[in-house]
Design a protein around this ligand. Structure first.
Ligand code: UD1
Length: 416
């Protein structure tokens, strides 16, 4: 199977941007902190959500999904083992470490292995848990974590503002004894959404969205209903598609871009307006180059947007320089872009992209979620019919990407 894209034309139309993948995954881990039924609406229909649901079922919970509504009944959840296949399938399953430790003081999980965008260790997560009174031992390929005297509030300071580690410590701290202070916390919008959800459940949290978060543990949390916000990376994906192909689109969203994103889209030549229903993006020229950009933790330009931006910059006039500041292995897509005629030189974590006048169709292969989205953008910019395989990576984070592209006037479909 592959996604087939007939590229070379401008985009037009309107699209409702899906709910946030990176917000729903920690919220699903948070749902096991209480007993009873959690309802999440505007939940994207993506395989990461279904894989995370399977983990919850394996530890005794019940999960139902219908028409963007996810219902999690965590009443019968017990302390469980999170197996290798699940950790490999969905790395965010490590977030159950925090929530299961909070609920049962004990959890066993397969050690997460390498991953195609970098090594992605979990040392910051484990160091934070250790400060909260968790003892960790290795049992073969598994890590066993146990807080014999329960979790205790403490001060946790991260060497780097890791999103996952910040979420894991928050999940552990909401039911811990006393106060936990997280220093150098990640400031990503998904952290704010997780904290909003936890606060609705009854948690006491202050400071999310800043680098210093304070959590006062409570005795009990309660199930709630929650409407997920827009996926900011999906919003950026369809915006970069417009920036690369040219055209005029309306994207239905409750979200506005970050300053870093606006600066880049504007520098590429896009005009952007917004109202309460969404954003309109118009690109009347070929993409203009970006003299230099380095991806950074929020509020910097997101690493998840780097492949999208790189693809859009392949066409046009001028030279762009991109530096990857978060993950070491995010340039594998370059080999695929070159098959379409892109002119890119990369050394280590820096890539120099010289815009070309035309890209041509090719058979290309994605090997992670965002490179897959980047290749879809490049395929839409390239003349002819391209086949993007590795669609299982794209399905992890996008609700039927080819349908969404068709809504924006691009001929796209799935082929055998
Ligand atoms: C999350 C996002 C991912 C995004 C990334 C950075 C989810 C489900 N995934 O991933 O889409 O690309 O944030 O914005 O929300 N690190 C360590 N030790 C640790 C933890 C992290 O060295 O214990 C390093 C990583 O190798 C990486 C950097 O810190 O270089 C950032 O990783 P982190 O913010 O933790 O990313 P994730 O939470 O895995």
């Amino acid at each position: 199977m592959a996604i087939e894209v007939c590229g070379g034309s401008r985009v037009q139309g309107s699209l409702r941007v899906q709910g946030s993948k990176n917000a729903v995954l920690p919220i699903m881990a948070a749902a096991v902190l209480c007993q009873g039924e959690t309802v999440i609406t505007n939940c994207p229909d993506i395989t990461d959500v279904h894989a995370m649901s399977e983990v919850i079922r394996r530890i005794g919970g019940q999960v139902a999904y219908e028409k963007n509504c996810l219902v999690i009944d965590s009443s019968a959840v017990g302390t469980g083992v999170i197996e290798e296949e699940k950790v490999k399938e969905i790395r965010a399953s490590i977030l159950f470490l925090g929530s299961l430790l909070a609920r049962f003081s004990k959890v066993k999980i397969h050690y997460p292995g390498g991953c195609s965008i970098g090594s992605r260790p979990i040392d910051y997560h484990l160091q934070g848990f250790a400060r909260m009174g968790v003892e960790t031992s290795e049992c073969g390929e598994y890590i066993c974590c146990e807080a014999k005297d329960g979790l205790c509030g403490t001060e946790v300071s991260f060497p780097f503002p890791s999103v996952g580690a910040t979420e894991n410590i928050i999940l552990a701290a909401v039911l811990a004894k006393g106060i936990t202070k997280i220093r150098n916390a990640a400031r990503e919008p998904e952290i704010r959404e997780l904290c909003g959800f936890l606060r609705k459940m009854g948690a006491k949290i202050q400071g999310e969205g800043t680098s210093s978060i304070v959590i006062q543990g409570v005795a009990r949390l309660y199930p709630v209903q929650w409407k997920l916000g827009t996926d900011r990376i999906a919003l950026l994906t369809w915006s970069m598609l417009t920036a690369g192909c040219g055209g005029d689109v309306f994207l239905g969203t409750d979200l506005w871009f970050s300053k870093a994103e606006i600066e880049i889209l504007s520098a590429m030549g896009c005009h952007i307006w917004h109202n309460s229903a969404g954003v309109r993006i118009s690109q009347q020229s070929v993409p203009r180059p970006i003299s230099y950009l380095c991806t950074r933790p929020y509020p910097g330009f997101p690493t998840d947007g780097q492949s999208l931006l790189m693809a859009a910059l392949c066409k046009g006039s001028g030279v762009s320089l991109l530096e990857e500041g978060i993950f070491e292995n995010r340039f594998k897509m370059i080999r695929q872009l070159k098959k379409m005629g892109a002119n890119i030189d990369a050394v280590s974590n820096r890539a120099c992209i010289t815009g070309v006048t035309r890209l041509h169709a090719a058979d290309v292969e994605a090997d992670d979620l965002r490179s897959g989205a980047g290749l879809l953008i490049a395929a839409a910019m390239a003349e002819g019919v391209s086949r993007v395989s590795g669609e299982q990576f794209i399905d992890r984070g996008y609700e039927m990407a080819e349908d969404q592209m068709r809504t924006l006037g691009i001929r796209a479909g799935r082929s055998a």
